[in-house]
Design a protein around this ligand. Structure first.
Ligand code: URA
Length: 241
């Protein structure tokens, strides 16, 4: 990996700021001053210092990304554009992958990492991680359906869902371009079954018209309000598992 890319990843600034550090002779690899910004290093073997402070080689990434609609949650796909196309190319080299999935037409919070065990804990761990969705839907949710969602609904094909939290927005709804009245709600689920939110709402009389994931446990869209943006998770956010 290039030394300038390595230091930029380790938060030593933008590529340009890293180049300045190199120009000033402040960066050393195995005790020799780095002369070329494109020098290749092996972070597992080479000892890199900046101002004589060792830069830890650990190259694990934990990112939150605001996924737009229209992209599939995959590293590669033969037909559709993938979310990886919206992220820096080096994420592929660093083997960063999405943690769980959002449908192509779903927007919102998506985590990415190259730390397999951490991703596994988020998806399959013992801790029940809540995923909260802002949902817009046409039709009306029946009282009985709402109670079934809260108690743990069984879908038409026999899929059993865990109890979920549903909070309806008590508005009159808004008419869309097709003349349908659209209502909204927030739904927190504790698993990630195929099209789960759409199917749960569907089983109670609604049809999802817009879906956005707004939180995974205490990780929210804060700092990535704009669709397509991403940022490193804080230490506190990483500790949800
Ligand atoms: N549930 C869905 O139906 N779709 C998603 O993208 C996420 C949860």
């Amino acid at each position: 990996m290039r030394i300038d890319k390595f230091l930029a990843h380790k938060a030593f600034g933008t590529r340009k700021e890293v180049h300045d550090l190199i120009k000033q002779g402040l960066v050393k690899v195995n005790d020799s001053i780095v002369k070329k910004k494109d020098m290749h290093i092996n972070p597992d073997v080479d000892v890199v210092t900046v101002q004589d402070q060792v830069v830890q080689a650990q190259l694990e990434y934990y990112i939150k990304f605001h996924k737009p609609a229209g992209y599939v949650t995959a590293v590669e796909d033969s037909t559709d554009p993938t979310i990886m196309e919206l992220l820096p190319e080096e994420f592929q080299t660093l083997k960063v992958f999405p943690v769980g999935r959002l449908d192509k037409d779903t927007e919102g919070l998506l985590l990415l990492t190259n730390d397999g065990p951490w991703a596994h804990k988020i998806i399959h761990g013992k801790k029940n991680i809540g995923k909260t969705y802002y949902v817009e839907y046409s039709g009306a949710l029946s009282d009985e359906g709402i109670q079934r969602i809260q108690a743990g609904i069984v879908l038409g094909d026999g899929t059993e869902c865990k109890p979920a939290e549903l909070s309806l927005h008590n508005d009159e709804g808004v008419m869309n371009e097709f003349g349908e009245i659209i209502h909204s709600c927030e739904l927190t689920i504790y698993e990630g079954k195929y099209h789960q939110v759409k199917r749960m709402i569907g089983a109670c009389g609604g049809t999802v018209t817009y879906l956005q994931r707004i939180a995974i446990d205490r990780i929210t869209l804060d700092s990535i309000e704009e669709v397509g943006t991403f940022i490193d998770l804080t230490e506190e956010e990483k500790e949800i598992v």
